[in-house]
Design a protein around this ligand. Structure first.
Ligand code: F6P
Length: 326
């Protein structure tokens, strides 16, 4: 059995609300269990450039409610090279770190998996991304806050849509996943969600127009997930303009406001549970897993399958959306 004495913790990739709550939970759970904590700043970039500092319980005081990440984050190209990973490993060993806890999404775990295999280092991932696109956990940290931010924005846009009797096409984030778009559409009472998962031969825009979605309404909201498959809000709008010039449509791209803000209670609870679970996983000699919560129970998912993009959106929710938007 491998005894972990000192962990390194880092946040990497896109920030997500609740990352700080997770940093706090990992740090406190480690110290509670007699494990020392080293903070690595700026993700893998900081591991390569040796930006490593000791963390105490007080280092994570008063951050549970803060958006962003106190550890900073970066997307690091150098970590994709064997030379970069070698530098990272040397710095890790020199700092006395014998296991890594990495907070992030898809890209973070892809790097972690390769590093763990190359150097036989125990790595535990904590799912932090607003996209909710990781298998092995019902929800990722940040998703609930982002969803609530989107709904708040859509509610405001709806006032203008209603006053001007316009159609609004609103683009939300999600990379290649439609969780945010579909569930934001349901929660904001939108007419439709155009998501990348529905691509095989279905023209979502024609289908929407075909079902006469504006017959009973003067204003409409359509939520589009960013992606090459959907064409994003601008793509949908330009087609609409060509094919249906009778619609007075406007586009809003919500952008990075979706990633900021104080985390919701759900995200703080999830972050606290998953941070503690990450340390528990190391104590149980788990390696190269992502911790998740499935049906209210802690679950260990191999990093490889967490990032395979195999968590499906619930397509039945699209039927509910159609039914309720008549
Ligand atoms: O993965 C999180 C995310 O916000 C995606 O939804 C989005 O596609 C991407 O990051 C944007 O990344 P950046 O902030 O680097 O432009």
């Amino acid at each position: 059995m491998y005894e972990v004495k000192c962990i390194g913790i880092l946040t990497s990739g896109g920030d997500a609300p609740g990352m700080n709550a997770a940093v706090r939970a990992v740090t406190r759970a480690a110290i509670y269990n007699g494990i020392a904590v080293k903070a690595i700043y700026r993700g893998y970039k900081g591991l390569i450039s040796n930006e490593i500092a000791d963390f105490k319980t007080q280092s994570v005081s008063n951050i549970i409610q803060q958006g962003g990440t106190i550890l900073k984050t970066a997307r690091c190209m150098e970590f994709k090279t064997p030379e970069g990973r070698k530098l990272a490993y040397d710095n890790m060993v020199a700092a006395g770190i014998d296991a890594l806890v990495v907070l992030g999404g898809d890209g973070t775990f892809t790097g972690a998996r390769i590093f763990a295999q190359e150097y036989n280092v125990p790595v535990v991932g904590v799912p932090c991304t607003i996209d909710n696109d990781l298998a092995g956990t019902d929800f990722t940290i940040g998703y609930d806050t982002a969803l609530n931010t989107i709904i708040e924005a859509v509610d405001k846009i709806r006032d203008t849509a209603n006053s001007h009797e316009r159609l609004f096409i609103i683009e939300v984030m999600g990379r290649d996943a439609g969780f945010l778009a579909l569930n934001a559409a349901l929660a904001s009472g939108a007419e439709a969600a155009i998501i990348p998962e529905i691509q095989t031969g279905v023209d979502q825009l024609s289908e929407l127009i075909g079902r006469g979605f504006r017959k009973s309404k003067n204003s409409s909201i359509v939520i589009v997930a960013e992606s090459d498959v959907t064409g994003g809000a601008l793509g949908v709008a330009s087609r609409l303009k060509k094919e249906h010039p009778e619609y007075d449509a406007r586009v809003t791209i919500l952008g990075h406001i979706q990633r900021g803000g104080s985390p919701t209670a759900q995200d703080r609870i999830l972050a606290s549970r998953l941070g503690a679970a990450a340390i528990q996983a190391l104590l149980e000699d788990q390696r190269n897993v992502m911790v998740g919560i499935v049906n209210d129970a802690v679950h260990y998912e191999p990093l490889a399958s967490a990032i395979k993009n195999e968590k499906p959106v619930n397509r039945l929710n699209l039927d509910v959306l159609k039914m309720l938007s008549i």
